[in-house]
Ligand binder design. Structure first.
Ligand SMILES: [Zn+2]
Length: 449
């Protein structure tokens, strides 16, 4: 099985950089959705199924009425949920909070469309992922989760399983719970809550990150994390399952079984990929204070049909998003260099540009100074240099669209932090003021991020 190699690769990441970051005791409140797996009994499954169905019905009915009246009269119209319940009595059997939330979701979707943020809302299908949300759950973790059960409103205790780290999460406030059923047929509950996250200690290191096709990530210090090619590895099995599914009689039990197997294969692929990206992004955020990234034009790159599949498999956009939000949580600085910065084509030794560089050339000789250059580490070093140059305010950025034009002392020389207020991490600010423990609720926004 190919799983073994990718697992080894993931652990290697940590072996290369053994420093364990020590939390420094400054906290930030972040909003998280923590997912736990549910094992409902038969009656509970029936209740869930009914609630999913009724929520979908309310959503679709509401959309139907709204669309109809809008087409006829150009008027916005809000049907009353109460009138739904009077017309269809069976709606009263299920979780009323769930219905109210489905109704509100519809209204928000409609509003988003009219304010130009999204496309026109679609009808929900029975074949999609099913879910409902309830905000009337217990607001304290001890009352919400008792032993290995979660107490859900209107359902009561449902068997559940959660990760080892779950009880160590510093959950401060619980907003709502969402019960979901995946296409494979598993049940999950997502707890939306505020979590206190401890800021990590400074490591005094900065890094340039080159993300790419051959290696998922190459860092400026030479660390390379190969592309694990999860998609390629699962491709064969997914193809076989797809074929089996398509040959089963429509509407039959065997087709449903085949569909579940196929959904499970897709889910597994998705989980492996996500787990890998979480490990890589966490490793980068743990080990470096300043992280310099490229601004990728992923849509543009996907137009190249040779690369599209690999790019999709790599999920580079997701990786960059993870690095960004984790950096914000743990008090790290992210600097993005401009899209047109020639990170690959520039020689890191002399600064000369080799315009004829092809994508296939992994190693090249600089025509200006004669240095032998490894493509990816060279690009990572260039990204680091450019990022630091922008952060240090050495003139306007050569190619970047965004830059922080304020002086910043970098982590190599940590004792005095004379950065201006808006560049400092919240932990740094707290350390300096240290009068009252202020909790920053929002993430810091970076000019480059
Ligand atoms: Zn050179």
């Amino acid at each position: 099985m190919p799983t073994r190699t990718s697992f080894q690769r993931c652990t290697n990441v940590h072996r290369i950089l053994p420093e364990v970051p020590v939390p420094v005791g400054f906290f930030m409140i972040v909003k998280k959705g923590i997912e736990i797996k549910l094992y409902p009994n038969k009656a509970q499954k029936v209740f869930f199924a009914k609630t999913f169905g009724c929520c979908r019905f309310v959503y679709n009915q509401c959309l139907k009425l709204k669309s109809y009246l809008y087409e006829e009269t150009y008027m916005s119209f809000d049907p009353k949920l109460k009138s739904f319940k009077e017309e269809w009595e069976w709606l009263t059997e299920v979780d009323s909070q769930a219905l109210a939330n489905a109704y509100m979701d519809m209204k928000v979707a409609y509003k988003n469309f009219f304010e130009g943020r999204t496309k026109y809302p679609n009808y929900k299908s029975k074949k999609d992922k099913q879910s409902y949300r309830n905000a009337m759950c217990h607001k304290e973790l001890d009352k919400l989760i008792v032993g290995h059960t979660i107490i859900l409103p209107k359902v009561g205790p449902v068997k559940c399983r959660y990760g080892k780290t779950f009880k160590h999460e510093n959950i401060k406030k619980i907003y709502n719970v969402t019960v979901k059923k995946s296409k494979k047929g598993d049940y999950y509950c997502s707890i939306c809550c505020d979590v206190e996250v401890e800021e990590l200690a400074s490591t005094g290191k900065s890094v340039g990150v080159d993300v790419g096709i051959k290696s998922t990530v190459v860092l400026s210090d030479g660390t390379e994390i190969r592309n694990p090619h999860f998609g390629k590895k699962s491709e064969r099995r997914i193809k076989i399952l797809q074929r089996r599914h398509s040959k089963k009689v429509k509407g039959g039990k065997n087709r449903e079984k085949a569909r579940r197997r196929l959904a499970a294969a897709h889910e597994k692929l998705c989980n492996r990929r996500r787990n890998f990206l979480h490990q890589v992004s966490r490793m980068i955020v743990d080990n470096y204070d300043v992280i310099c990234l490229e601004t990728l034009n992923i849509k543009g790159m996907q137009k190249n049909h040779n690369l599209a599949a690999t790019l999709h498999d790599q999920a580079l956009g997701a990786l960059i998003g993870m690095i960004e939000y984790k950096a914000a949580w743990y008090g790290r600085t992210v600097m993005k260099v401009g899209r047109f910065f020639p990170s690959s084509k520039m020689c890191n030794h002399c600064g000369g540009i080799y315009r004829e560089l092809k994508l296939s050339e992994r190693v090249w000789v600089c025509p200006h100074c004669g240095a032998v250059i490894l493509r990816d580490p060279n690009a990572a070093c260039n990204i680091l240099d450019e990022g630091i140059r922008i952060l240090n305010n050495e003139g306007t950025p050569r190619t970047g669209e965004t830059a922080v034009l304020l002086p910043l002392r970098l982590a190599d020389d940590p004792p005095v932090d004379d950065r201006p207020l808006d560049l400092k991490s919240s932990g740094q600010l707290k350390r300096e003021t240290s009068l009252a423990p202020v909790v920053h609720e929002t993430h810091r926004a970076f000019a480059g991020g």
